[in-house]
Design a protein around this ligand. Structure first.
Ligand code: SF4
Length: 423
């Protein structure tokens, strides 16, 4: 089991039950109000549930930041059966917040997933947990059994006539199964290879060709909270177009790394200095990776007034992604950072498309050569060029995930690469 999460100092809205003794058991969870919002939701029309979530401004917290309610509304009216997939394949380097929900408040996630399933009239929920999450798996397994025993999962839930089962599934430690169509392929028992697009939305053609909503753990866990306080209040907690709060995984060169819950749109300085305690050794911040390893790097001066929401980070030239904020201080070599990132993506490329399969390996070999002192001047240009040749030319977003950071590292810290190569 993880240590008690480091959420102190932030707000405790989604995370209010984290660390409370006995919270993972259904009896204590129900005493604290678990499943009351499901009762409220199933008394509504399914389309009104979707409309409420849409009005709340809830966006996906898995990476893309797409409107959750909008996604639910894409389900075709005449196609059955329908499924909900909970994406618990949390693998983006730097991201470690869904794990806390799975471990500390499994009934919150189950309630959110059930409300989503009711809204789209799904008959089955799959919870796809990354292979390395052994303990979260056990907690969820227990929670599902408890909810089933209470009649909250199964036939004729709460006397509504609607039936829905929940099934756990596990990945095998492959990053790419966090991509929603890779996850679906894996659930179907195939290799976790992302699908060609179009179709763009599994909501129309998903698991076994049927309408499927794929939402991340944190996203679905917000749904009961939205019912509790209302869509308007939830929207008002964040910044424009960014409803509610978010769980930010803070790591890198900070004194107090951890997961912090903050209203969307909170200034970066609050996370980094007030909660994170500032930069290790009181060194200077050199750069910031704001949204997991696949986001563009920002120089320190580019994030002085940065606010932590999707629009603000995009306007600064990067993306909020999975809200994994990594601080990089002046002692860190950006070429070394490139090596670390390239190793990961070269290992995780599924090999399905040539630019990604070959390009990730080329980037890794080039940056290794540069760091070993065998680099040539043109290698730095080639590094950028290879990344550019991957960008936008692949089946899934892993291509961008390696191209965007590489291009931004080389562009913004070119002098560090040049200093390592021969003329
Ligand atoms: S971009 Fe990479 S990970 Fe994605 S489908 Fe192509 S080869 Fe596989």
């Amino acid at each position: 089991m993880s240590a008690t999460p480091n959420v102190s100092g932030g707000v405790r809205f989604l995370s209010r039950n984290f660390g409370l003794p006995g919270q993972t058991g259904i009896e204590s969870a129900m005493k604290r109000g678990a499943y009351e919002m499901l009762k409220r939701a199933v008394a509504m029309k399914p389309e009104d549930v979707t409309a409420l979530v849409k009005a709340s401004g809830l966006r996906g917290h898995g990476g893309a930041g797409f409107s959750a309610g909008m996604k639910w509304s894409f389900v075709p009216k005449d196609k059955f059966p329908r499924y909900v997939c909970v994406n618990a394949d949390e693998s983006e380097p730097g991201t470690c917040k869904d794990r806390l929900i799975l471990e500390y408040d499994p009934h919150l996630l189950l309630e959110g997933a059930l409300i989503c399933a009711f809204a789209v009239q799904a008959e089955r929920i799959y919870i796809y947990i990354r292979g390395e999450y052994f303990y979260p798996w056990r907690v969820m397994e227990q929670a599902i059994a408890e909810a089933r025993a209470k009649g909250l999962i199964g036939q004729n839930i709460l006397g509504t006539g609607w039936s829905c089962d929940v099934q756990l599934a596990t990945g095998a430690g492959q990053y790419i199964c966090g991509e929603e169509t890779g996850l679906i392929e894996s659930l179907e028992g195939k290799k976790g290879w992302p699908r060609l697009k179009p179709p763009f939305y599994p909501a129309a053609i998903g698991l076994w060709g049927k309408p499927t909503i794929v939402n991340n753990v944190e996203t679905l866990s917000f749904v009961p909270r939205i019912f509790e306080i209302g869509a308007e209040a939830f929207a008002g907690m964040g910044s424009p177009k960014n409803g509610g709060t978010g769980l930010f995984s803070l790591s890198g060169c900070v004194k107090n790394p951890g997961v912090y819950e903050l209203p969307m749109g909170t200034p970066l300085q609050t996370l980094l200095y007030d909660l994170g305690g500032g930069i290790c050794g009181n060194r200077k911040l050199k750069a910031l990776i704001p949204g997991g390893s696949s986001s563009h790097i920002l120089k320190a001066e580019e994030c002085e007034n940065l606010k932590l929401d999707f629009e603000s980070v995009a306007a600064a030239g990067s993306m909020l992604g999975s809200a994994a904020v990594m601080a990089i201080d002046e002692s860190v070599s950006i070429p070394r950072l490139t090596l670390w990132m390239a190793r990961f993506y070269a290992h995780e490329s599924c090999g399905q498309c040539t630019p990604c399969r070959e390009g990730t390996g080329w980037i890794l070999r080039l940056v290794t050569r540069i760091l070993e002192g065998r680099g040539r001047k043109r290698d730095v240009d080639d590094l950028f060029q290879i990344a550019d040749n991957i960008d936008g030319k692949t089946i899934c977003a892993l291509g961008q995930a390696v191209a965007w950071p590489t291009k931004s590292y080389v562009t913004k810290f070119r002098h560090e690469f040049d200093a390592l190569v021969k003329e």
